[in-house]
Design a protein around this ligand. Structure first.
Ligand code: SF4
Length: 428
């Protein structure tokens, strides 16, 4: 395999330009959870640890040459179950990427997703030596029957023991992920579950309502009417009860599904919601980046594109081991990419509005107007804003719009009333 030589490491060199996150997708899990629609495969054989790392590094080198690299703010290693990746191999990947940007791990957020079933305390110390400073722990539930319903490989005792060990290891930030809205569970149950956590020690919590995705075993069972589900109003009540419990415990509810201690929001995820670029690497990874004009499709400097890599693991490995210099953007549609689109001003504006309204900061329409050179105050939108404010589904403070938390659970419907395809030329 032909792998590009790693760039020289020059730590602490400040990088310039737009903020950027790097995301690496690790596509293997020990087993497949029936609700999950992230791309991952249950591994029945040996994971090709080294070969996958070589491929990710090779992809990184080629994409890095083709983008306007920006200022690295975060590195997020997700999946799948990246805590299964051999530590030394993972370390090689982290070192290579940080070296290319010339930043130290201590200067940015480096997150690793982890499952209780692939955690051990020794690994946790080693992850920190590699530069990981934030562990996102997929607990999902603290109830054995719920964990069985979700098809998880760990039980409640193992989940809590993992959390304790991660905290005791000195990992700078430990974040717990939970799922609520399971059948037979009341808002009181959801709160009781939260209270079993060592909340004071946690810097961040992601608390998701169970959603049934079509292309999953749960989706098939639901279509066949064979999956027990919680009523919508009970799920909404649990959302409010969890908000009250966690904000009383001094967490900031800063995005629909995310809570953080002051100053400890997820830098990486905030980057998505604020419209920053992210360089996605690995099988099935998405990315949104500004490319440089060496790319033949680029009409102007800084053209913004979104892509998704192939979901075929062997194809990904083969393509990334191909000739150096081959332009990864141009492998679409039969090659590395399964999706590719240019992000014009209209798409960019709509996405910022959608994502910004999912956060407690909301969006400032005048700021977006300046950034995208678009008139946001169309008559249709002004009428929608007035109606939503009257209905208590939106707060307006000058040009800033926010969705009040009590109707946050209905955010998708609210947002859909504010967006439609809008070109730069759209008139009021
Ligand atoms: S462990 Fe996580 S990524 Fe893997 S199947 Fe389960 S939910 Fe999906």
């Amino acid at each position: 395999m032909s792998i590009a030589k790693p760039p020289e490491i020059e730590l602490e060199k400040p990088s310039q330009g737009r903020p950027l996150g790097v995301y690496i997708h690790f596509p293997w899990c020990l087993s497949k959870c029936p609700y999950c629609d992230f791309f991952s495969v249950a591994t029945h054989s040996t994971i090709p640890h080294q070969v996958y790392a070589d491929a990710v590094i090779s992809e990184f080198d080629r994409r890095f040459d083709a983008i306007k690299p920006g200022s690295l703010k975060s590195l997020y290693i997700g999946g799948g179950t990246p805590s299964l990746w051999d530590i030394d191999v993972l370390g090689r990947v982290i070192k290579h990427i940080l070296g290319a940007f010339g930043v130290a791990s201590s200067a940015i957020e480096v997150t690793l997703e982890c499952n209780p079933s692939s955690f051990d305390p020794v690994k946790c110390f080693k992850w920190q030596e590699l530069g990981v400073n934030r562990l996102s722990l997929g607990l999902q539930s603290l109830n054995d029957s719920d964990l069985q319903y979700l098809g998880r490989a760990h039980n409640a005792r193992e989940g809590l023991a993992t959390l304790d060990a991660a905290l005791a290891s000195g990992m700078p930030r430990v974040c717990a992920d939970l799922i609520f809205g399971l059948p037979g569970r009341s808002p009181d149950d959801a709160v009781a579950e939260i209270k079993r956590l060592p909340l004071d020690a946690l810097s961040h919590m992601s608390v998701y309502a169970l959603t049934i995705e079509q292309n999953t075993p749960f989706g098939a069972l639901a279509r066949a009417g064979r999956l027990a589900l919680a009523p919508d109003d009970s799920v909404a009540d649990s959302f409010v009860a969890l908000h009250e419990e966690l904000t009383a415990a001094k967490f900031e509810h800063y995005e629909i599904s995310n809570y953080a201690r002051r100053g400890k929001r997820s830098v990486h995820n905030m980057g998505y919601w604020q419209g920053n670029d992210y360089l996605g690497l690995g099988v099935a990874a998405f990315g949104t980046v500004n490319v440089n004009t060496s790319q033949s499709f680029a009409r102007q400097e800084g053209e913004r594109i979104r892509y998704r890599n192939t979901t075929r693991i062997q194809q990904y490995l083969d393509l990334c081991s191909g000739e150096e210099g081959e332009l990864v953007w141009q492998m679409h549609p039969a090659g590395l990419l399964t999706e590719f689109e240019l992000i014009d001003q209209g798409i960019g504006f709509t996405e910022r509005l959608m994502l910004g309204l999912r956060t407690s900061d909301g969006i400032d329409l005048n700021e977006l107007s300046q950034e995208f050179d678009i008139n946001p105050w169309l008559t249709k939108r002004r009428h929608s804003i007035e109606r939503l404010v009257r209905q208590g589904r939106l707060n307006q403070d000058g040009a800033r719009l926010r969705i009040p938390f009590k109707t946050w659970f209905l955010a998708d419907g609210t947002i859909s009333e504010l967006i439609w395809t809008q070109s730069k030329q759209a008139a009021s």
